[in-house]
Design a protein around this ligand. Structure first.
Ligand code: LAQ
Length: 339
């Protein structure tokens, strides 16, 4: 097995490396790939972002949001988490067989004193009845990866806040996350493994899994300049791309209503592929021009604050909405409501 620990702390870069290796590396030997991410949320391939995250909290705390290519739910990572990935050929026997990829990790954790660590359910690793690892897979053209998180010392209050969705009238299909009680591994490890840096935790796991006493003995995968160029292209195309992150949301409908001193406004929206497919506007605002001009301008617009702002910039808002300021309308239309 070859080994790579990502030099990056950016989830978008790290997922791009993983996909690049799956698509292009010589997988005669599988690759064990580890990565650590600065605070981020990773939603599953078939999820609706709005239904999974607290957008305002995520924005205020500068948490990176991205979408991965594997299925399953939304997870939060920070510098207290290590993700592992087994990148390999799909021999026809691997799909859905999480155990095959999680067993070596469980064994390594047992060596570190976390003897209660086990696989429970279909894809969760737990200890003491609490989850510390979520796992997912992606298969493509006879190649695949199986990846999972490992919470060593994650800020759990961030998980609660960032993945708590404000009550909202959001009607959507799409995969819902399975919220669990979570725990960090750190307190379950033997004393000598309780004060590791995240890199030391990662390296200890890697040594156990690879069966070497020193990582210089491991067979390393070296990212070449050509690899780096391919990685950048994938990050641009997918993990760092608005269209990939939001445009994959399953279709959804949502209502946004607010009472302003000058009257009440309600927007009823149908969003598909990240774009406003239909919009109705109701309210007791007093404008001079027919509101159909506004609905026409907003139909087909990308459902993002910037695109909505741009559409409103082209409208003479007082003529349509009386005394309600444009900034308030943009805010109402584009911001996720609070519970
Ligand atoms: N970092 C982390 N690790 C483990 N569990 C978590 C984490 N963050 C949140 N959660 C809990 O899991 C559920 C979601 O569980 P659910 O089962 O819905 O989804 C998953 O587990 C997906 C795992 C994807 C792993 C990839 C590996 C590399 S990049 S992301 C969430 O509501 C929380 O309760």
């Amino acid at each position: 097995m070859r080994y790579l620990a990502s030099p990056s702390l950016d989830i978008r870069q790290n997922l791009a490396i993983e996909t690049y290796l799956m698509e292009h590396a010589d997988l005669t030997e599988p690759i064990l790939y580890f990565y650590v991410n600065s605070p981020c949320i990773i939603v599953g391939r078939y999820q609706n972002v709005l239904a999974e995250i607290n957008q305002q909290y995520v924005k205020d705390h500068h948490i990176i949001l991205t979408r991965r290519t594997s299925g399953g739910g939304a997870v939060y990572d920070d510098l207290g988490n290590v993700s592992f990935s087994f990148i390999t050929k799909d021999d026809g026997d691997a799909v859905g067989n999480f155990k095959r990829f999680t067993d070596p990790v469980i064994k390594a954790l047992h060596q570190m004193g976390a003897t209660g660590a086990a696989m429970t359910g279909r894809n969760d690793l737990t200890i003491d009845g609490k989850k510390f690892s979520g796992n997912a897979m992606h298969v493509e053209n006879g190649r695949m990866f199986s990846h999972g998180t490992l919470m060593y010392d994650v800020d759990q209050t961030q998980i609660e806040h960032a993945l708590q969705v404000p009550a909202d009238k959001l009607a959507t299909k799409g995969i819902k996350s399975v919220r669990s009680r979570v725990t960090n591994l750190k307190p379950y490890c033997a004393p000598e493994f309780q004060n590791l840096t995240i890199e030391e935790f990662r390296d200890t796991l890697a040594k156990e899994i690879l069966g070497v006493s020193d990582l210089t003995q491991a067979h390393h995968y070296q990212l070449t300049a050509e690899d780096q160029a391919g990685v950048k292209a994938l990050a641009d195309q997918y993990f760092n791309n608005w269209d990939w992150i939001y445009g994959n949301d399953p279709a959804y409908s949502l209502t946004r209503r607010r009472h302003f001193p000058a009257g009440t406004v309600e927007f009823d929206l149908d969003v598909d592929g990240g774009k406003i497919k239909a919009i109705q506007i109701h309210g007791d605002f007093f404008g001079q021009l027919p509101i159909e001009d506004v609905t026409a301008k907003l139909t087909g617009v990308t459902y993002s604050p910037a695109a909505i702002q741009a559409a409103f910039d082209q409208l003479d808002v007082p003529s349509y909405f009386g005394k309600i300021p444009a900034a308030d309308l943009v805010d109402l239309l584009s911001k996720q409501p609070q519970a």
